[in-house]
Ligand binder design. Sequence first.
Ligand code: APR
Length: 379
Amino acid sequence: MPLHIVRNDITQMKVDAIVNAANETLLGGGGVDGAIHRAAGPGLLAECRTLNGCRTGEAKVTGAYRLPCRYVIHTVGPIWRGGLFGERQKLISCYRTSLSAAEAHRCETVAFPLISSGVYGYPKDKALRVAVDTISDFLSDHEMTVYLVIFDKASFQIGERLFRSIESYIDDHYAAAHEDSREVQRSRILQAEQSYSFKPTEEDAAAPFPKEKPSKISDTPKAAPAAKPFPGSRTVAGGAALFPEPASALAPHFGAAASLEEALRRIDESFSEMLLRKIDERGMTDAQCYKKANIDRKLFSKIRNDRLYRPSKPTVLAFAIALELPLEETKDMLMKAGFALSHSSRFDIIVEYFISKGNYNIFEINEALFAFDQNLLGA
Ligand code: APR
């Protein structure tokens, strides 16, 4: 996942370079600057003295001394004065110049603090927005893994309005999934079993399979879950399902599958095949898709080269977001990987919230997931 948001102390990060939120003297200070100098030891200050300071928005590189990384990239963020003095542009420049310096030093992994969001008073949600937008913009055409390191939860804030809106969406949906008492839940499960478990009559059991080979449901590769019989379908011994219904009855399950054959073919389609089909249908390149999904190239090529690859749920959802799939197709893609969206999971509800709002910005979704202490989308 090219952009991670993590809770940590940046001086502990084992990466190629960490970025320091310094001041223009480069002679140390409090906050993250003080922490980095303390952890690096006196050698860092000695080298900083030779640099002759650093202007706001610019970046300079030193060694890392006792830190578990190779370089320290010192940048100086803007002091917040209300937002009318070019603070945003200067903050963007901090991330851009630091990323360029990291690239020039052949760094593959870089860790940033939330620059200017402490002593310099930049509003935390605005500082986060600038950080995520600038870093993700850089990653759209560079291969690098970047960590945005959040030291304390208080220094992490998404927009208040967005936070409240997600919170009430969770309350509405999470509660609904939990309002059933145990009895009601048990009777629901019983009902579902009765309506689906079809006892084939003698005649059904003897009925010849459709002309083509028995439906591949029974020999679906182990990687995918046995498909649930669809309402109106009949399962006979051996798991093969007969679909007496016209393909149209299957449409809700397979989108507008024009024919029964196409519907059956989609049953067999693996997650990986559906992903590649959707990339082609959207006219995207592979790289555009996995970058938009915040997935690294290596993982994508594993999925691409193994038709039965079993991805994690966050990975499936990351691709559904990148492809901007509507909710039903997202559920279909999840099902092919053996998952379902659940209203008992805050993670699922938050992702569903963004899809329902038509917001497919994976970085914004990850910020929200992070704010609600959930795993992030992507590998
Ligand atoms: N690891 C990661 N992040 C940290 C750490 C740490 N060890 N310590 C603090 N932070 C976070 C803060 O919570 C804040 O979100 O870094 C972010 C930036 O805060 P500051 O360190 O105060 O930096 P900034 O707001 O850019 O102000 C820079 O402060 O320390 C002085 O010398 C520095 O004058 C400069 C000014």
